[in-house]
Design a protein around this ligand. Structure first.
Ligand SMILES: Cc1cc2nc3c(=O)[nH]c(=O)nc-3n(C[C@H](O)[C@H](O)[C@H](O)COP(=O)(O)OP(=O)(O)OC[C@H]3O[C@@H](n4cnc5c(N)ncnc54)[C@H](O)[C@@H]3O)c2cc1C
Length: 281
């Protein structure tokens, strides 16, 4: 198959991996929401496309008997937004999905495409970090899982090798508590200027990730430890300061770097307030 160009439509994961291994310049296509726009703008010009849409094993949300949840990588944003499985601390996942763009994009885009694309303004990357997800990856030589916190490495760059396919996003059993995704954007549905993903369990365990404020989502074990022991004013202020220190925002048409830095502690405060106002955390 080496050197072949065109559109390939495998029906199994094994077939898709085989295609990637033998077509050196091929690119995966999922919903096409971002990739087709990049191809139209000639930012990427893949020699071949491997379409994942016909691989049934990559779609769907499955909860195991012990409560963990696996989201197949081809699951569309609209399905995640409406799924009943995301309760308690995992509400952050559905909350993020509901705020992506508009109904058209939510019907097209997949969670796999969103996290592989790794644009810092996207909604799923911080949400899956706050939810303590792991990302399952397959290649022709095997499969493995990477904690979401370690998956994003730079602007539009993840730990994925071009011959690998994301297969699923795995989430721990939801805990009683609250999962909140706050997105500050110019208008509803636009990319985030700053976003805060929060998972706050009733037993105190708290995880936070920030979107839009650097090449990758911001998260810190120190921040999570501070907020897991207290949501008091001093703890929240300290956590906010640490997140600002970690941030590396840019000035762009959506907002200045300084504006973004100012928003982080305020939005963290508001997310924690909303979590407690829901009465769950
Ligand atoms: C007008 C518009 C507005 C948008 N607004 C928002 C928004 O507000 N918030 C938000 O979060 N997103 C937004 N998006 C992006 C949207 O969420 C896309 O769905 C997402 O970025 C890409 O998903 P996709 O399934 O369409 O992937 P594609 O466009 O098909 O692919 C994107 C990239 O991921 C790679 N890829 C796809 N699947 C896999 C896989 N399983 N394994 C490895 N690599 C893979 C592809 O090769 C490609 O490089 C917007 C997009 C558009 C067009």
């Amino acid at each position: 198959m080496k050197g072949k160009a065109g559109l390939f439509r495998p029906t199994t994961l094994a077939e898709a991996l085989e295609l990637l291994a033998t077509l050196p310049d091929a690119k995966l296509i999922a919903g096409g929401a971002s990739l087709v726009a990049m191809m139209n703008a000639r930012i990427v010009e893949p020699a071949a496309l491997v379409d994942l849409a016909r691989i049934g094993e990559l779609t769907g949300i499955v909860q195991s008997p012990t409560g963990e949840i696996a989201i197949g990588v081809m699951t569309r944003h609209c399905e995640i937004a409406n799924a009943a499985a995301f309760t308690g601390t995992l509400s952050v996942i559905a909350d993020a999905a509901k705020q992506i763009a508009n109904a058209t994009v939510r019907n097209m885009g997949t969670i796999g495409g969103a996290i592989a694309h790794a644009d810092p303004g996207l909604d799923f990357p911080p949400a899956i970090i706050a939810a303590q997800a792991t990302v399952e990856i397959a290649s022709s030589t095997g499969s493995g899982r990477i904690p979401a916190r370690e998956f994003f490495v730079d602007w539009y760059t993840t730990r994925l090798d071009p011959r690998e396919i994301i297969v699923a996003v795995h989430l721990p059993k939801p805990k009683p508590g609250a999962g909140i995704y706050l997105k500050h954007a110019r208008v509803a549905g636009d990319f985030a200027i700053v976003s805060i993903a929060l998972s706050s369990a009733r037993d105190g365990e708290t995880h936070v990730a920030v979107g839009g404020c650097g090449p990758t989502p911001l998260s810190s074990l120190e921040v999570d430890t501070i907020l897991s022991s207290s949501h008091g004013e001093a703890a929240v202020a300290q956590a906010g300061e640490l997140l600002v220190a970690l941030s590396d925002p840019i000035d762009d048409v959506r907002g200045s770097a300084d504006y973004r830095r100012k928003l982080i502690p305020r939005m963290l405060h508001r997310a924690l307030f909303e979590a407690s106002a829901r009465g769950d955390a």
